[in-house]
Design a protein around this ligand. Sequence first.
Ligand SMILES: [Zn+2]
Ligand SMILES: [Zn+2]
Length: 281
Amino acid sequence: MKIKIWGCRGSLPSPGPENMVYGGNTSCIQVVHKDTCIVLDGGSGIQRLGKYLEPEFSEVHILLTHLHIDHTMGLGFFQPLYDPKVNVHFWGPSSTFEPLVQRLRRYFSPPLFPVRMDELPTHPVIHELNNMEFSIGDIKITTSYICHPGPTLGYRLDDGESVFTYLPDHEPELGSSSFPYDPEWTSGYDLARNADLLFHDGEYTAEEYKSRIGWGHSSIEAAIDFGKLCGVNKLGIFHHDPLNSDEKLEELFNNSMQAKKPQFNVELCREGAEYNLGGGE
Ligand SMILES: [Zn+2]
Ligand SMILES: [Zn+2]
């Protein structure tokens, strides 16, 4: 299973010379296994993914964690949606108040976007998800709702050899008073348990988190605690604060690493980084 980061910035795209290392595009990850192409989230990073998408993929599955704008803003700019030779599938969380297709149509309609969903040359197939297991190609996917405002899913992808877990917007500290010591009551635990690679929200410092409880995000320290609780092999800190430059991110990351001294691999996610799980680095 090959994984490539096309965007790992949180909340708002943040291009600029001070953000050249970790990148400015919002959430978008490509997962490739044999002839299966899965895209996790449609943040601004999906535009470049579409531009460079290998022509052998005639089917693309876009799995949305939730519909916050930083995870959907790139969808209309994903070129394969305008190429009738490509079949595009949208997968995303069910909601009790409105079908997924209706919520996606809010984005694909004026005044937010000029092209309505029904006018797209490819007619994307919409799939609603909740706590469930299903497969795309040879990848077994487990989804469940996690702690973040509005219906939000986390994803666990298992190709039989390796497990990749994606929890870009997640506040596990909120759900359990005994965090990080009670796996049974910790949001996202079953998705991330023993994962080879976990991308997890680490937008704040521990100090910033104190005044942002309930906003749906984690500190880098809490992400490390969560990774330790779940026994992951490698943790990538994701959803970088749009106001933090490369220099600032590294300073905050180093402080958190000194405070926590994790006994497993932890790094800052970086736009353009690639991982080859089960096939050597
Ligand atoms: Zn987000
Ligand atoms: Zn969000």
